[in-house]
Design a protein around this ligand. Structure first.
Ligand code: COA
Length: 252
């Protein structure tokens, strides 16, 4: 079976690749569990000083695997996805994300927890939570309006409006934009540079810049409650059925 998450430690950088290109790197519970395992180990490992996330093929990630989530709703507070979000929230080591294509749902919201975010020119970010009869997660109901302003965040989250790389840069959702071939080398260079810097200084700077994560954690808990309730709702069932049948949902 193909390994849907590839982890590699090199030059004190843990690189995590979402590796399910045929499904646009949509994330299953098993994939989240493997990422969590790697992130937790990295926090304890003095040999890791920076993390780098990217996607295989042409997508960063299409977000939660809709069929896996519908069939096995992650309702437990310690579900793999909840643990992943908590790892992002509490990460002490710097995180670089190389957004090499489409980033949907958590493919956008995870960026709000990263430090350096590089995108390829063809990257497209979208968070169609309401289109899917879901609610925002990963603290994004708090972090996205704070980052881009409520009016722009509402278009992204409520209308599911797509944001291209240039606009994402202008909004402050990403740090820089690169030609596709230059993206990963640039992200690896940034991660390596972080890994070479004074580790305590980097960790403390990240802590200071992130500010009060308790408030984000509280919001994540409320989002998680609503997200779980939506996952088992009839409107979610209709949204997923419509996705599978490649048609518009009908919410009556
Ligand atoms: N969950 C499950 N399967 C997914 C998926 C997801 N989130 N995203 C894509 N896939 C699957 C598609 O069903 C398709 O499978 P198939 O080849 O068996 O039909 C395959 O991945 C390729 O996707 P496709 O839609 O053909 O690619 P595209 O380039 O035209 O579009 C996306 C890519 C990501 C824009 C589109 O697939 C999409 O909108 N996916 C849903 C994203 C989403 O809503 N995520 C949840 C957020 S909470």
């Amino acid at each position: 079976m193909t390994d849907h998450i590839i982890t590699e430690i090199k030059d004190r950088v843990l690189k995590i690749t979402f590796n399910r290109a045929d499904k646009k790197n949509a994330l299953t519970h098993a994939m989240y569990a493997k990422v969590v395992e790697a992130m937790k180990a990295a926090e304890e490992d003095d040999g890791v000083r920076a993390l780098l996330f990217t996607g295989a093929g042409e997508a960063f990630t299409a977000g939660n695997d809709l069929i896996d989530f519908r069939d096995n709703p992650p309702l437990a507070a310690d579900s793999p996805v909840a643990q992943f979000l908590n790892c992002l929230l509490t990460a002490k080591k710097p995180i670089v994300m190389a957004v090499n294509g489409v980033g949907v749902g958590v493919g956008l919201t995870m960026l709000l927890h990263a430090d350096i975010i590089y995108a390829s020119e063809n990257a497209v970010l979208t968070a169609p939570f309401v289109d899917l009869a879901l609610v925002p997660e990963a603290g994004s109901s708090l972090l996205l309006p704070a980052r881009v302003g409520h009016a722009r965040a509402a278009e992204i989250v409520m209308l599911g409006r797509k944001v291209g790389a240039a606009e994402a840069l202008e909004m402050g959702l990403v740090s820089r934009v690169f030609k596709a071939d230059d993206l990963l080398p640039a992200a690896e260079k940034a991660a390596l540079a972080l890994a070479k810097k004074a580790p305590q200084s980097v960790r403390r700077t990240k802590e200071l810049m992130r500010g009060d994560i308790a408030a984000v954690g509280d919001r994540m808990a409320l989002e998680g409650k609503y997200f779980g309730e939506q996952l088992v709702s009839p409107e979610l069932a209709e949204a997923v059925m419509a996705f599978m049948q490649k048609r518009e949902p009908n919410f009556g």
